[in-house]
Design a protein around this ligand. Sequence first.
Ligand code: SPV
Ligand code: MG
Length: 432
Amino acid sequence: MKKSYVCFCTDIIHEGHLNMIAEAKKRGRVIVGCLSEKVILRYNKIIPTISQDDRIRLYKSIEDVDEVVVQEDMFYDDVITLIQPDYILHGDNWLEGPMRSIRDYVISKVSEYGGEVVDIPYTTDERVKKADLQRREKLAMPEYRRKRLRQLIELCPIVKAMEAHSGLTGLIVEKTVVEREGKLDQFDAMWISSLCDSTEKGKPDIELVDMTSRFRTIEDITEVTTKPIIFDGDTGGLTEHFVYTVRSLERMGVSAVIIEDKKGLKKNSLFGTEVEQTQASIEEFSEKIAAGKRAQLTDDFMIIARIESLILDRGMEDALERARAFVKAGADGIMIHSRKKEPDEILEFCDRFRTEDRTTPIVVVPSSFNSITEGELVQHGVNIVIYANQLTRSAFPAMQKTAEDILKYHRAKEVDERLMPIRDVITLIDEL
Ligand code: SPV
Ligand code: MG
């Protein structure tokens, strides 16, 4: 008997899925692949809200399904090697966009033994559309979004966060997918940078933009995205205020706050010692972390301590001593920052910290030491890389040049070629 294979990652079964199973049945014995949680998280597909075991049970309960296996490879390699399906069925939505590279790869592999790929017209029935939308919306809900950062740290070699400071930049981080050497890549999380949030408002990065306004930015972003959020909490402010911030962030579904061990008037770290900046003592900052952890209500939320010793030329030993103390005070992660062009001091910190502490997540922000690759960071035990300001810095020169050229030419024709077509702008945002 021929073998028909369908891969599912869904946590609800609607008519579209049943139609797929019926098509598979017509061709042979139906094997459903349950795409593993690890792969789903890695590729940022719509993440199920029930466990992998529950999904296996769900797929087994479908009439006409003969067998359920776990698929560990987005590109079907394990399935093709082990099962050699005669037919691999998939919705025809993989004919376009980044998923096309998976389809091409699967076709090349199955054709080696005479297998076939069958594209099933994607069900666009209103009820199915609504079910898909509900599934996506569920992911945006605080209780699902909040815990996703911890899940990603567990499952990914490195979590890649990109800055977002508005609904639009949030959408860019949410939706940008690239295909390179046959693999798909996306950002895993969003960083709400104090620098970019302030810059967007034409204000300096000195904790002048207040929390109410920073929360408004979070809401703009959460309304249109599903990816987890890491919030730049600056110094965290007064401990008495920080505890309220923790609760608000948890409620909004933010996954982590990073606070830096500075006090008084905070200036951006990239100024280093060119401006006056005061580092908080180990004791006072540890107390702020501990108070935040006591205030926290969910198990998912993370308070990450950011160490400014290298920025302020206080040396490696000071940075390591602080890391130890902040972890002891309850920090769920350590961010180490540097403004050197070379990554050497960051890597030395990571290597030395990892000899003492193998588990506490390490976060880095390679704005200055930008030649380092994600792969190299993984080798030094880094868990999260934050691209902290690149969207803002790319948009600003482009907008400034456009403004200058329109002034120069007294019309907009000369700039038009480098602009996004109006049609693309109006279709950028999904309509309900
Ligand atoms: C930010 O993005 O606001 C940061 C990172 O805090 S840095 O600007 O490098 O200090
Ligand atoms: Mg900042």
